[in-house]
Design a protein around this ligand. Structure first.
Ligand SMILES: [Zn+2]
Length: 250
């Protein structure tokens, strides 16, 4: 408690506690502390989420500042993501017609977006970090729209595929983003999600607000009207344990 008369504590204002973002329950099991944050598992639905966590505005600032401008770190990110990017292209080539319209949620530096364009997909991206967007435009010649997914007024029914490469963990409002993703897809369009299997390390908090399991992501997608939800864990990218989930808008 701040001393009487000291006014509101500015640090405390950057932390909020909340119940499960999926079902609203406050019953939970503490999985890991990373002060002032903590990972919790909802006792009712099993969803893993960060609480305490930054409020939405503070989280938006974190997202905008998340990417480094340091060249060695950008190059390391490019190398680290290369196997996953190759696999994304293979998956999309196998399952989509040539020139399919693809939207990437959370394009970061734009490497996958550039690869999608090079593979002749009609690819668009959205990314909250102006650092990532500037890099993508200047060095890769692609222009993700610099906006949080929750705020993007994208065209309805326009995309064959919406993909999220470790991005759904970071959005502020998962429920809204899944609602929007469904709306951006044409009927029979697909959402493809890559997610990291292990519980995030302390360093990942508070940027990541949730962690998925096969069951919890499946339930979240079905709750938002997706069908034919299919997950493979570790099926294609061995470098880090990942889950790959595909679902279809009916
Ligand atoms: Zn819950």
């Amino acid at each position: 408690m701040p001393p009487a008369g000291a006014g509101p504590d500015p640090a405390a204002a950057e932390v909020e506690d909340a119940g499960c973002e999926r079902c609203g329950s406050a019953e939970r099991l503490l999985l890991r502390r990373c002060p002032p944050w903590a990972w919790q598992r909802c006792s009712r639905c099993g969803h893993v989420y960060l609480a305490p966590r930054p409020p939405a505005r503070a989280h938006a600032r974190l997202l905008r500042a998340a990417l480094s401008e340091r060249v060695p770190e950008i190059e390391a990110a490019e190398r680290r993501e290369a196997p996953a990017r190759r696999r994304w292209i293979e998956e999309l080539r196998a399952g989509c017609p040539a020139g399919a319209r693809v939207l990437e949620i959370g394009s970061r530096f734009g490497f996958l977006l550039a690869d999608l364009r090079a593979a002749e997909f009609d690819a668009a991206g959205i990314e909250p970090s102006p650092i990532g967007c500037r890099f993508a435009e200047r060095w890769l010649g692609v222009r993700p729209e610099c906006v949080q997914a929750e705020e993007w007024e994208g065209p309805a029914g326009a995309f064959d595929v919406v993909l999220a490469d470790e991005a759904l963990e970071r959005v502020c409002d998962l429920e809204r983003v899944l609602t929007l993703a469904r709306a951006w897809l044409r009927p029979s369009g697909r959402i493809l999600v890559r997610w990291r299997v292990p519980l995030p390390a302390a360093a990942d908090a508070p940027l990541r607000r949730r962690a998925f399991t096969t069951r919890t992501l499946d339930e979240a997608l079905r709750a938002h009207g997706f069908a034919d939800v299919d997950t493979q864990e570790d099926a294609w990218w061995k470098a880090a344990r990942s889950g790959w989930t595909c679902a279809r808008r009916p």
